[in-house]
Design a protein. Structure first.
Length: 647
């Protein structure tokens, strides 16, 4: 099939089997086809790959895709070949004979897309191939472009060499793609890749199908097992901080009878690759892994992602929960949070190139985990997006644990807020939350002493709260519009509302709830902050902060979540015989072709086959995810399975 100069919509339907574009796909594709450099930020599962695959089929030359992970290249190429598109990857795993055949196909113009690693792109062999007079590079796509930024969660120095290679192809358009990019990271991408007058397109970061759940870690193994039971028989990933924890948890789950494997850098390469391969082929249910696992897989049917420990940043957290629900069906992201996790992370700050930057990123993660406002609102706000709940188009399972528990009581925090706002003013509104809080706590950091801020009247006056409680207050003030953060360096600034409250000494009541007060302070039974002097008199007896009212039990939450999943996938219960038959056929077909089952068809396509019950090949083309090539290749077998198993 030749789609040179075809309309993008025609390629979308004919090759990939989709009726319409999603998110910013169409805008991104239009910019690329017009030859304008483009940076597109789209959530995991948002269809970033189509943004270069469709232009690649329309262009009359070659599209080069720079990707950091071999397994991701392999999945992408397998998926394209299944859809009838000629694509290859060139990396260290390719045998010399296959490498030579792939290079010859590129020189002949038969190949539309070639995947290479950033380090491979820098080799003389790849450069000689791409600069061959018979090869015309029309587009260079940089996947996982956040790797070019030191502010990103996965900085890779090899990415800094891409701009030099790009200069060899001045007429080629450049497309940078990522799922996680704050304003700082986006600026780094544009600068370090030397994008020319780029279109910068930022989609919503909201993964509406992923339920955000943060639970205090009490019995880690038991809480993990509870989550697995909520997703019985479905695929999931459990992230751990250390190799030792990965191996220990894998052994415990295996002893309980689960189909589980481990994954970390301490395993031999062949064993690690074999474990990943079994997971993506649905031969095991659960992968327990260190925090880096998952970027290289395109498995769409991961129904749960569990973090056994705190990630180092919200960017890393967002990237990793992005492994869940890539097919758009309901999924859960469970974070087991313990304050002790941050001490493990800080232990490695001595190895970080910029300790202050590492601490700032960690504080963003802590604020999210310890926060008491909507998780989705907090997560999207970190990436500069305002969340508007109550959208009728959002599916039922889009809430978080905070929203499910109900609203928190308003606590009078007038005195702490006055101290905080005063400290911001006295430090000339030039610093972020971490620095201001350090001043309030009386830190002896060199920077504070050099700035002579230990001489301020607000120095050391905030010891009634600990660091994490102060961050919770800051977050609540940001949510309530008493404060705002600058986009570039996250400097705290007082809004007009905050300035008025401070000037008039207005009472400030915020939705806050901490597990236990510090010895220096507490909240009284009437919900009013009690200073240290009154606290000593024994106000509020047990010195506990008020807890949220209307809190639901874990059993209730689990039942409700399971019902939401069941409601959205009702056909699974009504058509179990046909679903099972289609999955069995898919596994067998995938095994014969030596590829993951989801490359054949995703779960979403199978559910639609059950709902629509197609009777002819033309009917199959109406099903999401079935294009002309797959209909021709698999159509007869699918129709036979439906005829033999339809109730």
């Amino acid at each position: 099939m030749d789609f040179t100069h075809a309309a993008p919509e025609a390629v979308l339907k004919s090759v990939f089997g989709y009726d319409s574009f999603r998110l910013l796909q169409k805008e991104t594709i239009d910019h690329v086809l017009r030859g304008r450099d483009t940076l597109a930020v789209m959530p995991t599962g948002g269809g970033k790959s189509l943004c270069y695959q469709i232009p690649a089929l329309i262009f009359d030359g070659l599209t080069v895709v720079v990707s950091p992970l071999i397994s991701l290249m392999q999945d992408q190429v397998a998926g394209l070949q299944a859809a009838g598109v000629h694509a290859v990857f060139l990396n260290s795993t390719v045998e010399w004979g296959d490498y030579r055949d792939a290079a010859d196909s590129i020189r002949r113009g038969d190949t539309k897309i070639v995947y290479v690693s950033p380090e491979g792109l820098a080799t003389a062999r790849i450069r000689d191939l791409l600069t061959d007079g018979r090869v015309t590079v029309r587009c260079m796509t940089i996947d996982e472009a956040h790797c070019v930024s030191e502010w990103g969660h996965d900085f890779r120095p090899d990415y800094l060499e891409i701009a030099a290679v790009r200069k060899l192809f001045p007429s080629a358009v450049c497309l940078a793609l990522t799922a996680t990019a704050t304003k700082q990271v986006r600026d780094d991408i544009v600068r370090n890749l030397q994008l020319r007058d780029p279109a910068v397109l930022v989609s919503s970061f909201d993964r509406a199908n992923v339920y955000l759940n943060v639970v205090p870690k009490q019995n880690g193994l038991g809480q993990i097992v509870d989550c697995i039971r909520r997703h019985w028989g479905e695929s999931g990933i459990v992230y751990c901080f250390s190799r030792r924890q990965v191996d220990s948890l894998t052994a415990q789950l295996e002893k309980l009878g689960y189909a589980v494997l481990n994954y970390h850098a301490g395993l031999p390469d062949t064993e690690r690759a074999a474990h990943q391969n079994k997971f993506i082929r649905d031969e095991v249910q659960i992968m327990v892994a260190t925090l880096a696992f998952g970027m290289g897989i395109d498995k769409p049917n991961v129904r749960f992602v569990i973090h056994h420990e705190l990630p180092k940043s919200l960017e890393q957290y967002y990237q990793e929960i992005g492994r869940a629900g890539r097919d758009g069906l309901p999924a859960e992201a469970l974070l087991l949070y313990s304050p002790g996790d941050m001490h493990k992370i800080r232990y490695f700050f001595d190895e970080a190139a910029d300790k202050e930057k590492s601490e700032q990123l960690l504080q963003g993660m802590i604020s999210y985990a310890a926060g008491r406002t909507c998780r989705r609102k907090a997560l999207l706000g970190y990436f500069g997006e305002r969340y508007s709940p109550g959208d009728a188009n959002r599916p039922a399972a889009t809430c978080c644990d905070i929203c499910d528990r109900g609203e928190l009581p308003l606590i009078d925090v007038t005195v702490p807020v006055q101290k905080l706002l005063s400290c911001i003013i006295r430090t000339n509104a030039r610093f972020g939350a971490q620095y201001v809080i350090d001043v309030l706590l009386g830190s002896r950091q060199k920077r504070i002493l050099d700035n002579h801020h230990d001489a301020l009247s607000t120095y050391g006056i905030g010891r009634e709260l600990d660091r994490e409680q102060w961050f919770a207050v800051v977050n609540a003030l940001l949510d309530a519009d008493y404060l705002r953060k600058t986009e570039d360096y996250a400097v705290l600034q007082i809004t007009d509302k905050g300035a008025t409250a401070l000037r008039n000494r207005d009472a400030v009541r915020l939705p806050l709830a901490f597990a236990r007060a510090t010895p220096a302070a507490q909240w009284g039974a009437d919900g009013v902050f009690v200073p240290k002097q009154r606290a000593a008199a024994g106000a509020n007896g047990g010195m506990l902060f008020p807890k949220p009212t209307g809190k639901k039990s874990k059993k209730q939450l689990s039942a409700e979540y399971n019902q939401k999943v069941a409601d959205s996938l009702v056909e699974r219960a009504e058509n179990r015989v046909l679903i099972d038959a289609l999955k069995k056929w898919r596994r067998r077909e995938a095994g014969e072709q030596n590829m993951p089952p989801y490359i054949i068809f995703g779960d979403k396509t199978l559910y639609e086959l059950v709902a629509l019950r197609p009777q002819t090949t033309d009917d199959l083309l109406m099903v999401t995810g079935i294009g002309e090539s797959k209909a021709e290749k698999f159509g007869a077998a699918i129709l036979r399975v439906i005829r033999e198993n339809a109730e």
